[in-house]
Design a protein around this ligand. Structure first.
Ligand SMILES: Cc1cc2nc3c(=O)[nH]c(=O)nc-3n(C[C@H](O)[C@H](O)[C@H](O)COP(=O)(O)O)c2cc1C
Ligand code: FES
Length: 654
């Protein structure tokens, strides 16, 4: 590929790509995001290749693996253009039928379409599926249209035109002003206004400045940044080069966590292709502006996502946060002015430049403009990535997009903001999701983790779980975080194990407030959120654990017991066979009994006891009934082919 030396050449190249693409051709896009790859997308792509050739359609059919469009729950996802037909949970066995029916005969394969569980109606196009209908997918909407390993796909959609615009039509100051005007706020957690940060780095006097993509994404369960890195790496790169031009930087880094191999691969390919096309490196697009970028692999410490720790880690030192000021904008990497933004923040930049600040700020609320990507996970029917305009309510996200709670269970809380976020109960489901409203409710936006919890979730245990994560990830540099988080975790563990005592709640509150106010970085300052938010909304659960040694959700292992109801046991021998600690005694004609001394409370018997018996009972805070005497445990079975139905109740009691 020859270097592109001007905006006119870029446009000519784009037209050339489009002219070679027959608009009437069939394009089969198969999600090759990490989720769909794990469920067989690789084999589906290969099967399409073979089948299209076998049926002689290779001239007019293009097949590509793309980034994640978000509906991971129903992956592998296949979208067929020009009609935008969306097939879900596709397997390699479905491929011959899709090719012969849909590609050749232009008919639908009904069973692969989305079916609305309430109305039974089928949705043919991606845009008609309720999961997508209620979103505004400015960023991830392009994922399914792009093969991330092919720069032509990005260019065909107008890629790098924003870069051409800033380099040839705007001064760096005008770019900063446009970003300020858009009111874009950082998507990495803090929500700091991006334009103001850029302005500070631009105004900082220095010959050498740096720009950095924070792609560390250490929140458990979060995969928003991964999806953009894997699915549309050029959008991040374009945003970064624009930011570098605005700030006056000629060198940048993309700090990607080591555990994202596909993201690392696709980002590496994107950089190579951008250099080959003259979009990165020396004299970009013939403008005279030079910019180079390197990829740095993060080793997986959560705290290294914190910007000052990330900078030290990049310098090859232990990743520990430092006090601010000075902020990285004035004293960052190797002491030089540095601008760090999150992946999603950078990906918004080309959109703002191309469409204008006013276009961007039409999405969202007064103080939180634009869209935000969330990873919606936990006890929710539609797990996946959702991108919504800021201001949509939690209720709409959970019920309209997520389709509610599976198994007919009740919603209990939603945890937003990653491990140091907060839990919001049902009474607050109507709050509008933006930076300020979530903070008011005791949670945070964070980088976009959203974990839904149902009635079986113990909120004390949730706080314990996150504090455990945070105490392990605390770098230990400052004592309020090192000791405070560890101590809170100890108290929470005691409470969930039935060792809680009077005064624990007050002590937790005191520790939470002092850790919040005295910690060095936002890890320690936000670590109390899981404790304070669960205390605010679920204090009664704490009190019940401490006072009655009872877990109302029957979830804390040390506070629950299992026994078998002799009147319901069918002596089916399933639970003795599956018991992980050999604690269940019983036989074909012998009612089963759990030996409490041996039971490790794993709950397997409770889960596998057939529903027709429902004989395993889980209790908390009450004594286990004494087992029936051995001589009363014998079951006499009738000789009946419909044995299962007859078995129950044939207990000999004399
Ligand atoms: C413990 C901790 C972990 C963080 N992890 C990330 C991360 O993985 N990605 C990210 O973009 N920001 C992370 N941040 C926020 C960064 O410090 C910083 O605010 C952000 O990268 C700035 O970019 P933005 O203005 O675009 O949000 C983390 C902060 C803390 C305290
Ligand atoms: S990974 Fe395929 S839909 Fe998310």
């Amino acid at each position: 590929m020859a270097m592109i030396n001007s905006p006119a050449e870029l446009e000519r190249h784009r037209q050339d790509i489009l002219s070679k693409r027959n608009p009437g051709a069939t394009r089969i896009s198969i999600c090759a995001g990490a989720g769909c790859l794990a469920t067989g997308a690789g084999k589906i792509i290969a099967a399409f290749g073979q089948e299209v050739e076998k049926q002689g359609l290779q001239c007019d059919t293009h097949i590509k693996g793309t980034g994640c469009p978000g509906f991971c729950e129903r992956g592998p996802v296949v979208v067929i253009e020009p009609d935008d037909i969306c097939y879900l949970q596709v397997t390699p066995n479905d491929v011959p039928e899709i090719v012969s029916r849909t590609i050749k005969e232009k008919k639908l394969v009904d069973r692969l379409l989305y079916v609305d569980p309430d109305s039974g109606e089928k949705a043919v196009r991606e845009a008609d599926i309720p999961f997508y209908k209620n979103q505004a997918r400015n960023i991830i909407g392009n994922n399914i249209k792009i093969d991330p390993k092919c720069i032509e796909d990005y260019l065909a959609l107008g890629g790098y035109s924003a870069l051409a615009k800033v380099l040839f039509q705007m001064t760096p100051e005008q770019v900063v002003e446009e970003i300020k005007k858009s009111k874009l706020r950082g998507r990495g957690g803090g929500g700091f206004p991006t334009g103001i940060k850029w302005e500070a780095a631009r105004n900082a006097p220095a010959d050498v400045k740096y720009v950095i993509v924070n792609a560390d994404e250490g929140d458990p369960g979060a995969f928003m940044d991964r999806a953009v890195l894997e699915g549309n790496p050029h959008s991040i790169l374009e945003g970064l080069i624009i930011g570098a031009y605005a700030i006056g930087s000629h060198e940048g880094y993309i700090y990607v966590r080591q555990e994202y191999p596909l993201a690392l691969e696709n980002v590496g390919i994107a950089i190579k292709q951008a250099v080959e096309h003259g979009l990165l490196g020396a004299n970009i697009l013939g403008s005279g502006f030079d910019f180079n970028v390197k990829v740095h692999r993060g080793a997986g410490a959560f705290v290294c996502g914190e910007e000052t720790a990330l900078l030290l880690s990049l310098e090859g030192k232990p990743g520990e946060p430092r006090a601010r000021p000075p902020y990285p904008a004035t004293k960052g990497l190797w002491g030089r002015p540095t601008n760090i933004n999150n992946v999603e923040t950078w990906a918004n930049v080309p959109l703002i430049v191309n469409n204008g600040a006013d276009w961007f700020s039409q999405f969202g609320t007064e103080k939180s403009k634009g869209t935000k990507i969330f990873s919606l996970v936990g006890k929710i029917k539609n797990t996946g990535l959702v991108e919504i305009p800021m201001g949509v309510t939690l209720r709409d996200i959970i019920y309209k997009i997520g389709d509610g709670i599976p198994g007919g269970k009740k919603f209990k809380a939603v945890q937003t903001g990653g491990p140091a976020g907060g839990c919001i109960p049902a009474a607050h489901l109507d709050i509008a999701v933006d930076f300020d409203e979530l903070t008011k409710a005791g949670a945070i936006m964070g980088s976009g983790g959203m974990i839904v919890m149902d009635e079986d979730t113990c909120m004390v245990d949730v706080a314990r779980y996150f504090l455990n994560f945070l105490s392990e990830e605390s770098c230990g540099k400052c004592s309020p975080c090192r000791e405070g988080v560890k101590r809170m975790h100890q108290i929470l563990t005691n409470i969930t194990e039935g060792q809680g005592k009077e005064g624990d709640i007050e002590l937790l509150e005191e520790l939470a407030l002092s850790t919040r106010s005295a910690s060095l970085c936002a890890l320690g300052r936000s670590a109390p959120n899981p404790v304070l938010s669960t205390l605010r909304y679920f204090r009664d659960e704490y009190e019940t654990h401490i006072r009655d040694k009872r877990c109302p959700s029957h979830s804390c292992k040390e506070l629950v017991s299992y026994y078998i109801d002799p009147d319901r046991c069918g002596a089916c021998r399933i639970c003795p066979r599956e018991c992980t600690s050999g604690a269940i005694i019983g036989d074909k004609n012998l009612i089963h009994v759990i030996d409490q001394a041996l039971c490790n409370k794993c709950g397997t018997c409770f889960e596998i006891c057939p529903s027709r018996f429902g004989a395993v009972i889980r209790i908390s805070g009450e004594p286990v009934p004494a087992p029936i005497p051995e001589e009363m445990r014998i079951i006499v079975r009738k000789k009946n082919p419909k044995r299962e139905k007859q078995d129950v109740g044939n207990l000999v009691t004399n």
